[in-house]
Design a protein around this ligand. Sequence first.
Ligand SMILES: [Zn+2]
Length: 246
Amino acid sequence: MKEQNLRIIGHIRQLGLAALLTTGLASQAQTTLWEGHTDVGIVYEEGGWNLHIGQHEATPPMEYAPNEAILGVDIVAASNTVPLGAEWSFLGTAGSSLWVLPQVQDSALLFLGFGTEELESGVFVNNEVTLSLQGVRAPGQFSVYEVGMFGSPTVFMNSGDGITGADSIVLPAGGHRHMNWAFSTPGTYEVDFEAAGTLVEGNVFTTSGPITYTFEVAAVPEPGSASLLALGGLGLLFARRGKSRK
Ligand SMILES: [Zn+2]
């Protein structure tokens, strides 16, 4: 019995440390964005690419490096099902669960688009750049698509059928475009994007290399509760342990 208690205390210490580390890291390095107008911002300046996450309509306006913020997908508000019809089969079987950040703003969700407003005209051939999907590390399928005036989708990126050069979107300098972002399973999605284009000057092709953006399809935590959540998690764990020993 004593040995058992000691082991539990050891366990509490370990968990406490883990919780501290987790919350410490989260508050230092990464903010999760759950709502508001947000863009994957693509800039080319001073001879280099700058991909970021912009919340330019926020007060104050915010800009994050891709590894400084997590793009949150509220598991409740984003909950959907794959529609019926062959044009939707890229998302999976009709009726199966799907979580979507829509191309039309929903105040309960992140309103995520691609922003190339800061790309100056005359820098790239045809005044355009390509953003391509390079990799997805995730528990499920990731897709980016647009729904047209008549309700049918145009798929730009889809990890469900493998990732090729076709998983890309051409964006005009000075542009701004919103899409639907779909996830087939809750969890963390690490998505690698690469921006590329041909510079007018010297006709030189340039690419950013893969840049990782992180999406989290999960429940939105209660306000200001990162540490409470960790404590709650501990409580739950012990409640469960207590039960299982009966
Ligand atoms: Zn936007």
